[in-house]
Design a binder for this molecule. Structure first.
Ligand code: GRF
Length: 321
């Protein structure tokens, strides 16, 4: 398959999640591939398994130097391997803030609890102790705060009477092995998932004052003003009229600007069928590293171009403070 997302998996121990991810990556439709397995423990069992399967590995012991030095070595290895995402699978080191920032929204982790419950260690003992009916695992985006980033997916595992942390942990592992590859696949694919892209567009467009959505010729449009007299300021277009793009149509000042954008940045903009003729430009959403701030700027500008004066006056006033 073309253009599979490249991931580096960081491990410290057995690496059973890494193995589950690796074998999932070899199924016919996997949207990701592992380009590196790296560890802070040179004798981690998972490294041997990765080698056996022909995956490049890297080891750099964390002993005797700072977190920053360790992270820089791991990061360099991931970059050399061409990784676009880092997947933590039992990597027992806390990452430095700089590293997490540089890989913002591109590091995932799996944690053996139903977050936000039981961050940190001894999660099974704590769930049993609390008398919970279920334990489980969560896949989340890594942020500077431990086990606190957005939760992407969870698997629930029933706690049996008489469960020990070990017996419960064994079953949670089985659930993790199902959950993690699926969550990674969804995450790396969402930039080309119309449902995800539309939800993002809606979130931004409908947060602007006095807006609502309305279907128009098979596309979803966004309008400002009343239901009766409102005007369109944007459209969401999912590969319409033979285009390969999932895009956001916004209003330029006219044909000169439109053609400048399309000719100057053809990987960012295109001239949509029909709408292009009246100055709407297509902002291509399904491309890597799409910048949502850029979409928000265009939406606001487009909103401003057609919004009634009484509304633009209000936001002008608000901008002054
Ligand atoms: C898993 O339980 C995971 O939830 C936690 O570390 C463990 C890694 O296990 N973050 P393995 O090395 O994948 O077997």
């Amino acid at each position: 398959m073309a253009d599979r997302a490249k991931i580096a998996v960081f491990i410290s121990g057995g690496g059973t999640n890494m193995a589950a991810i690796l074998y999932a990556s070899r199924l016919p439709d996997s949207p990701f591939e592992i380009v590196l397995v790296a560890s802070n423990t040179p004798d981690a069992a998972g490294l041997a398994l990765a080698q056996l399967e022909g995956i490049p590995t890297y080891a750099h012991s964390h002993k005797g130097h700072s977190r920053e030095v360790q992270d820089a070595a791991m990061e360099a290895a991931a970059l050399d391997a061409g990784a676009q995402f880092i997947v933590l699978a039992g990597y027992m080191r806390i990452l430095s803030e700089g590293f997490v920032k540089r890989w913002d929204k591109r590091i995932l982790n799996i944690h053996p609890s139903l977050l936000p419950k039981y961050k940190g260690l001894d999660t099974f003992a704590r769930a049993i102790e609390a008398g919970d009916s279920h334990a489980g695992a969560s896949v989340h985006v890594v942020t500077a705060e431990l086990d606190a980033g957005d939760v992407l997916a969870q698997a629930k595992v029933a706690i049996a009477p008489g469960d020990t942390p070990e017996s419960l942990g064994g079953r949670v592992k089985l659930a993790e092995h199902q959950l993690y590859p699926r969550a990674i696949a969804d995450y790396v694919s969402r930039g080309s998932d119309p449902g995800f892209l539309l939800a993002k567009v809606k979130g931004i467009a409908l947060a602007l004052p006095e807006t609502h959505e309305r279907e128009s010729h098979g596309s979803l449009g966004f309008r400002v003003g009343t239901e009766k007299t409102g005007k369109y300021f944007a459209y969401f277009s999912d590969r319409h009229h033979g285009s390969e793009h999932i895009s956001l149509l916004v209003k330029t000042s006219g044909m000169d600007e439109l053609m400048n954008l399309v000719e100057g940045q053809p990987d960012v903009y295109y001239k949509p069928a029909f709408y292009g003729a009246s100055g709407w430009v297509g902002l291509i959403l399904n491309r890597p590293d799409f910048d949502w701030d850029h979409a928000a700027e265009w939406l606001e500008r487009s909103w401003r171009a057609v919004a009634p004066k009484r509304l633009t006056k209000l936001t002008d006033a608000a901008d002054m403070f």
